[in-house]
Unconditional design. Structure first.
Lengths: 319, 317
């Protein structure tokens, strides 16, 4: 990216110094036009994103409750932050989130990279099969979560039937969504089903960015396929894999819709990921001040990850 | 297909490798499709077939799911039903076999229409704003350009629930709660970041010599943008629009927290389709199927640009 914008800047300067051209631009100057084009977007984002964010920060220092707007607002300072960071329930939710994020990312990366590696062998009809594999990630997570609850039904669900068929256990003997030990895995399975194609697609781009001549040189040097994989394929595809991992990490850290429909955080709070805790505090207990503070903590975390993400993006782009 | 056109080099995978890789991928594709195919089959099952054990692969197709999706029904005594005239339409006939009569249309169609209006409204706005900004960032020297671009991207990284808390309060104050306009503005603000990043990539690829030539011919900068750049960027704009459309179509978190009736879209509605005695699975499956079909079509249309769309334009090939 940097390379590109640097070169374009040079051309731009070249245009600017051509006097005949500058005279021809009637009406708006370029500078005016640039601001005219960019300002509406910035204004919209300030109104719908930044102003609310500042409001959230303010609320996080108060005792405000959205369902009792008439109660006088009291300034509490950093009390909420202190109580959240020492609240065992919050740490339990963070652990659930960590379990979910780590396992989904590991499974999706292994499966996604494996699939990409196989698709890169360019077998007959690989284009069509790739498109079919990509379908789940385009669907609505909420609708996906909803129809997986049907597949997970203990007696009638297809998932239980298939597991029963292969393991010989009775299909009604286990509940994927109602069991304390199984439900964290139930949400991991659905997320992996949905998002493995995403990782696959990015890895595939990474594999295809490796030029053939490197492999040809390795062949000439009689490097084994095994050696080629570890010394060429994996290192060269790594920035792309990192990109996919970071993106999935951020997205799953924020996960709400799919889990809300699959388990709603239950049974008990075994699948209560951070966003669900936040929703319960904000829109069920109406502890607006408290949930604002938690929202800010989550936002800072995501923002930190996003920062790393953008750096990784630029690294990939500069290749 | 490709094997015919590419030259054989030492690094070409052998026929056996290809077949082996192909069969594994096909196996994965088939397994991954089973849940989707199953939900589409369930849409055409009768309620009894849908919840039978073992699950039925062969069944007598029924339109009851679709009827239940589009209508509300009320239970009546057999005597009352016998006193009525002949059933009005297919759905009434199906309902009467279950001692019910059709009471009226369900809320699915209004919710579906809301989804359409909100998705298209926010897409048009986001793409319009995004195209202008992308052109601005691509062609002009903007102070703090990289910071502004990062700011635009970072708004998309916020957890939706965290954004929903102040938006809920703000919309309540200014009267945008549960309105289509409110949802359109909200989705526009989420989508505009994607639109700017994607379109900047597409516009960067259009050689600026075209505009310069046009400007030498007497066009103003703005005319050159409208008459030279926009036609060149059509593919990119279309691809971006589809991505925005899909996001707005699929969105659930904001919709479920900020709308309740008027402006509710399909995703929060489909899961709460309830029949007598729990969820009416064929109706839910029918609603899901109708909701997913446009996405399947768009995915096939978009397949060449998918990679770019999901990485905010970072990976282009």
């Amino acid at each position: 990216m940097n390379e590109l914008s640097a070169s374009s800047r040079i051309t731009y300067r070249a245009v600017m110094v051509r006097p005949g051209l500058a005279r021809r631009i009637r009406g708006l100057s370029d500078r005016m036009l640039a601001w005219l084009f960019i300002t509406p977007t910035i204004v919209l984002l300030l109104a719908i994103n930044i102003f609310p964010l500042l409001w959230t920060i303010y609320l996080s220092f108060t005792n405000y409750r959205a369902n009792r707007a008439n109660v006088p607002t009291i300034w509490l300072g950093a009390d909420w932050y202190q109580s959240i960071l020492t609240d065992p329930d919050i740490w339990a939710a963070m652990q659930v989130t960590a379990h979910f994020v780590i396992w989904t990312v590991v499974i999706e990366t292994v499966l996604g990279f494996g699939l990409a590696y196989l698709i890169d062998k360019k077998f007959r009809g690989h284009g069509m099969w790739t498109t079919i594999i990509l379908l789940p990630m385009m669907l609505s997570p909420a609708v996906v979560g909803n129809f997986w609850t049907f597949l997970y039904q203990p007696q009638i669900g297809l998932f239980n039937y298939v597991v029963a068929f292969f393991t010989g256990r009775a299909a009604s003997s286990f509940q994927m969504l109602g069991d304390v030990t199984l439900s964290p895995w139930a949400i991991v399975i659905v997320d992996a089903w949905m998002w493995t194609p995403y990782v696959m697609l990015i890895c595939l781009a990474g594999l295809r960015s490796i030029p053939d001549y490197i492999y040809e040189a390795a062949e000439v040097d009689r490097a084994s396929k095994w050696r080629q994989f570890w010394s060429i394929t994996l290192p060269m595809a790594l920035p792309f894999i990192m990109l996919a991992v970071l993106f999935r990490g951020i997205e799953n850290f924020k996960m709400f819709d799919m889990v809300n429909l699959l388990t709603g955080g239950g049974p008990g709070s075994t699948t209560e990921v951070a966003s669900i805790t936040l929703k319960r505090a904000a829109f069920e207990s109406w502890r607006t001040g408290y949930s604002s503070a938690f929202a800010i903590i989550l936002f800072v975390t995501v923002f930190g990850l996003a920062n790393i993400y953008v750096k990784a993006l630029n690294k990939v782009k500069s290749r | 297909m490709t094997s015919v056109t590419t030259a054989h080099s030492v690094v070409e995978p052998s026929v056996t490798t290809r077949r082996f890789a192909g069969s594994l991928v096909v196996l994965y594709a088939i397994i991954t499709m089973i849940p989707l195919v199953w939900i589409m089959l369930t849409a055409f099952k009768s309620p009894d077939d849908a919840i039978s054990y073992p699950p039925k692969v062969m069944f007598k197709p029924s339109l009851e799911g679709f009827c239940n999706l589009f209508t509300t029904r009320s239970r009546q005594t057999p005597e009352f039903i016998r006193s009525l005239g002949p059933p009005q339409g297919l759905c009434d006939g199906i309902a009467r076999d279950r001692n019910m009569v059709v009471a009226g249309p369900s809320n699915y169609v209004p919710r579906f229409v809301n989804s359409l209006i909100i998705a298209f409204g926010s897409t048009v706005l986001a793409v319009a704003l995004g195209t202008l900004s992308a052109y601005g960032f691509s062609r002009f020297r903007v102070p703090l350009k990289d910071d502004l671009l990062f700011f635009i991207l970072s708004t998309r990284m916020m957890p939706p629930i965290a954004v929903a808390i102040p938006i809920y309060l703000m919309y309540r104050t200014i009267g945008l709660s549960d309105t289509r306009l409110g949802m359109i503005l909200l989705y526009t603000s989420v989508n505009v970041s994607l639109a700017v990043w994607l379109l900047k990539g597409f516009i960067d690829e259009i050689p600026r010599e075209y505009e310069e030539a046009a400007m030498i011919d007497g066009y103003t900068r703005f005319q050159a943008f409208v008459k030279v750049v926009l036609p060149q960027a059509t593919t990119g704009i279309a691809a971006t629009a589809i991505f925005c459309l899909i996001f707005a179509w699929n969105e659930y978190a904001f919709a479920v927290l900020l709308t309740s009736g008027n402006a509710q879209t399909a995703p929060p509605f489909i899961p709460i389709i309830i029949g007598e005695g729990g969820q009416d699975w064929p109706a839910v499956a029918a609603g899901t199927t109708l909701f997913l079909v446009p996405i399947v079509v768009f995915t096939v249309l978009l397949r060449k640009h998918l990679l770019r769309g999901i990485t905010f334009g970072a990976v282009r090939k």
